[in-house]
Structure formats: structure tokens, C-alpha cells
Design a protein around this ligand. Structure first.
Ligand code: ABU
Length: 496
């Protein structure tokens, strides 16, 4: 009935079009529901791969002069999902953020419908209070008794906040006077296995990327504390000013956890801000069994923790927490009087706009709150424990097939790093030369994988070791059978 109508026949243009509007949206919801079922169907492919050129040919994305019909839009929506990657498939083990949590997704639907900007209590009263409550609970879980938090568009921006606040704490006059308030060049330190967001922050903050100093890591990817201290002294001797050390809880590739307590001792000795990038590993704080990996996190000055990773919240959901009360606002307050008037009739401390470097802010809290309500704390703990158990299952299976797979190291987390060994290399004892050969095969196997569309697992290198595969177990849909499937698929795709 609605096929030949256009958007101008629906609400709000046509105030009599309640039934037509409902019918259009119901059709879109049906497409989404079909898609959710496909994501959970193990016979379905993870993706239907096409080259960029072919995709342009298959899908006409041109913006028309006059708008298309509702039927056209419905077809567009179905096609977009057809050509997308099903990150909710149990055979998608490619990224730290994956899975399709039905409750969080429902939360995002509601958020899109409510369409409230998170900059003021005036516009988002219920969501702002929710954000306060949930972030306070996260600070308690970290072990911060005071403090302040904010949600940011991704872990890189959360980590950028850490550098901005650390700089403000050390040199508050920088906010007004800029570089003239500084005694010299500022430096920050991070694990040589850490996320590139620290280097990005050094660039964005004007320190220069060479002032993001990499601390050598040990063979499992953890910062060597003695090396950190040596580098701090070296930088000081060069006349530079160390302002922040970033410890990583769950490195992106290897899933390593830096020794936070030992790093905190060094930071305390030299009066340096300690940030913990727990974007990936923060979810382990919810598990009594595994939270010890972040031992000492309560001593950090700030923490990044992304629920859209280990907690499976739909993208995006990143949180940044500061231990000291008021600092975030002092640092970022611009007192834009058109929006954050201090003479409003309500308690304007609930206007979050002066805590952040954005103005408008997406509502990332509702989906997290709804998901946490649905699972309870015990549900999240069970999820995290199960993911860790599944990663160990994968390790066990890999060890049972030493001719076909080589484990890079015993994983600390749900990142399992390995090589597939095709038949022609099976007679060779493991060596650096063999690693180079196996590394060369990674892009070839990945290409076959993408074109087959049956599985997605990423490969990378870590600076010391050439290409290897890294599978990520971070979604509720995965079972032991899917891990068996993954390893069998490697054997099928990796054959000479
Ligand atoms: N922001 C780090 C995510 C990288 C990954 O999913 O592999």
C-alpha cells in the first residue's frame, strides 16, 4: 500500500499518515529482524565480498535530484545489509568490538528515536542522570572513590582526554596561554605494544609524535618497568618534561596487561600522571576471577574503558574516568553562555557540555544501561568468564594440532595469536625463517577467507614478529563448535 509513496506522504509532512508511517517503519523493522536471524544462522556467510569497483556497480549510491519512493528506500535498506559484514555472526572473530547484543541494539533503536543531544540536562534529563549513575558505578568498580567521568566517541578520544587532563594538571596555565605556559617540550610514555592513540594524542596536543616515547615490552607484550624508569630519566636529562605514562590493560594485538602497580610506583616517584588504557581489558574488572590482571588500576589518575569491546555493547560506547573531582570540568570548561548558562533554574552541574571537548554528544548511555539492567552484574561477570574459558578452549585445540598450528604465546586474554602451517612446511622445525614463510601466507589466507566469506579473523604483526593471525573471542554467540569451525576453516583455506 505504501510502495509508491514518498517520505513527504508520511509524518510529519502528512499529519493523517499514522498508518502509512507505521507500515513503512514496520517493513524496516522486518528487514532488521530478518538480518538478526541471518547473523545467528551458522549456515550463513559472514560476508559477501566484492571489490570496491564491483560494489559501486552493484549498488547505486547516487543522490537523486528528487527523492526516491518508500519502496526504493526499503530495498536500499535490505541491500545495504546484504553487502555488509555480519559482525554479529559467531564466525566473526576479527575485531575487539563484535557481536550483536539484542538488548543493547534495542537501546540504540530507542536512542535514535529519542534523538536527544547529551550536552545539557535541559535536553536529556533522564539520560544525563542515567549517565551519572552508570559512570559512578564504573568508577566504583575501578576503585575510584571520587572523581568524574565522561563518554567519548571511541577509545582514541578517551585516551586523548587523558593527555589533555594530565597536561592541565601539570600546567594549568596552558589552557589560556598555550605553549608559552610550558617550561619546554612535554613527553608521554606508552608500551611499544600500546594503541596508536597515544601517538595521535601527542600529535593532536602539539607535543609531536617523537614526544610519545615507546617503552620496550617483554616477550609477552608487557611494559618492562625498569625500562620505563630509564626512559623517564633519559628524557629528563634531555631537558624534556614527562607528564604522563599510559599503562595498557589488554593490548590490541597480543592482549597483554601492563604491571600497573609497578608502573604506579614509578609515576608516584617522579610525580607523573598515570593513565590506564583499559579500553579493551576494562571488562575484566567485572570478573572476580580475572580482575587481578588490572591490579593497581585504582592507583591510576585516569582510566579508559570501552563497553563496546569486552562487554559487547553496540558501537559505540567508550568511557573515560578521572580520579580527582572537578578536574575534567576545570580543564575543558569554556562557559559557552548560549548553551551552558549558569543562571538556569536547575542544578547546572548536570550540564555535561563543559566537561568535554565536543559540543553535541551522542547518547551512548541508554544501550549500556539497558544491557546492564538485563544482565545484572552477575550476567556480565558470567559473560567475561565464559569468553576467557572459550579462549582457553581454542588454545587447547591448537595445542592438540601442533603440525597444523603454532601458538605465538600463551594468551593472557581472549586474543589468541597463531600461525597456520600448511602441509609443505610441516616437516620444518620452528625457526625465524619458518615464521617469515608463515607470515607471508597470512595475507593469502586472509584473501581466501574474505572471498569465501565463511569466516573473519584478522592478521597483524607486532613490531618484533612478522604477520600472524589474531582471533578475538568477544561475543555471546560463540561456542566451542564455532572455534572448531574456525580451525577447520583455516585448514581448508590454508591448504597449498
Ligand atoms: N581501537 C582498537 C580496535 C582494534 C581492533 O578491533 O582490532
Amino acid at each position: 500500500k505504501i510502495a509508491n509513496l514518498t517520505m513527504f506522504d508520511l509524518l510529519p509532512f502528512n499529519q493523517q499518515a499514522q498508518a502509512e508511517t507505521r507500515e513503512f517503519l514496520q517493513k524496516i523493522v522486518d528487514i532488521l529482524l530478518d538480518y538478526i536471524e541471518l547473523c545467528n544462522d551458522r549456515h550463513e556467510h559472514v560476508l559477501e565480498y566484492h571489490s570496491p569497483q564491483k560494489l559501486k556497480e552493484l549498488f547505486n549510491m547516487a543522490i537523486p535530484h528528487d527523492g526516491v519512493t518508500l519502496q526504493h528506500l526499503i530495498t536500499d535498506c535490505a541491500s545495504v545489509l546484504k553487502y555488509g559484514v555480519k559482525t554479529g555472526s559467531p564466525h566473526f572473530m576479527n575485531q575487539l568490538s563484535c557481536g550483536l547484543d539484542i538488548i543493547a541494539m534495542a537501546g540504540e533503536w530507542l536512542t535514535a528515536t529519542a534523538n536527544c543531544n547529551m550536552f545539557t540536562y535541559e535536553v536529556s534529563p533522564i539520560f544525563i542522570i542515567m549517565e551519572h549513575q552508570v559512570l559512578k558505578r564504573m568508577r566504583q568498580i575501578i576503585g575510584f572513590h571520587h572523581g568524574d567521568s565522561i563518554m567519548a566517541p571511541g577509545g582514541t578520544i578517551s585516551n586523548l582526554y587523558a593527555v589533555i587532563v594530565a597536561r592541565y594538571k601539570a600546567y594549568p596555565e596552558y589552557k589560556v596561554k598555550g605553549p608559552s605556559a610550558l617550561p619546554g617540550e612535554l613527553v608521554i610514555f606508552t608500551n611499544d605494544q600500546g594503541h596508536y592513540s597515544m601517538k595521535m594524542a601527542a600529535m593532536v596536543c602539539g607535543f609531536g609524535t617523537s614526544n610519545c616515547v615507546y617503552i620496550p615490552s617483554d616477550k609477552v607484550g608487557r611494559i618492562i618497568p625498569a625500562e620505563l624508569e630509564r626512559l623517564i630519566l633519559e628524557q629528563k636529562a634531555k631537558g624534556k618534561y614527562p607528564i604522563m605514562v599510559n599503562a595498557t590493560a589488554g593490548t590490541t594485538v597480543l592482549g597483554a596487561f601492563d604491571p600497573i602497580n609497578e608502573i604506579a610506583d614509578i609515576c608516584a616517584k617522579y610525580g607523573i600522571w598515570l593513565h590506564v588504557d583499559a579500553a579493551w581489558g576494562g571488562g575484566l574488572l567485572l570478573s572476580k576471577t580475572h580482575r587481578h590482571k588490572l591490579h593497581g588500576v585504582e592507583r591510576a589518575n585516569s582510566v579508559t574503558w570501552n563497553p563496546h569491546k569486552l562487554m559487547g555493547t553496540t558501537l559505540q560506547c567508550s568511557t573515560f574516568h578521572v580520579r580527582q573531582n572537578g578536574l575534567l570540568e576545570e580543564c575543558n570548561r569554556m562557559t559557552a553562555e548560549y548553551l551552558f548558562m549558569t543562571d538556569k533554574f536547575y542544578d547546572t552541574r548536570y550540564d555535561t557540555g563543559d566537561h568535554v571537548i565536543q559540543c553535541g554528544r551522542h547518547n551512548d548511555i541508554f544501550k549500556l544501561w539497558l544491557q546492564w539492567r538485563a544482565r545484572g552484574e552477575s550476567g556480565f561477570e558470567a559473560r567475561v568468564d565464559r569468553l576467557m574459558e572459550l579462549a582457553q578452549y581454542q588454545v587447547k585445540k591448537i595445542k592438540e594440532m601442533p603440525d597444523k598450528f603454532y601458538l605465538l604465546m600463551e594468551p593472557e586474554f581472549v586474543n589468541v595469536c597463531f600461525w597456520y602451517i600448511p602441509e609443505r612446511f610441516r616437516h620444518m622445525p620452528h625457526s625465524l625463517e619458518k615464521e617469515e614463510e608463515l607470515a607471508r601466507l597470512c595475507p593469502i589466507i586472509k584473501e581466501r577467507m574474505m572471498k569465501a566469506g565463511t569466516l573473519m579473523v584478522g592478521y597483524q604483526r607486532d613490531g618484533k614478529v612478522p604477520n600472524f593471525f589474531r582471533s578475538i573471542i568477544s561475543q555471546d554467540a560463540i561456542t566451542e563448535k564455532d572455534i572448531d569451525f574456525m580451525l577447520n576453516e583455516f585448514d581448508r583455506l590454508g591448504r597449498d
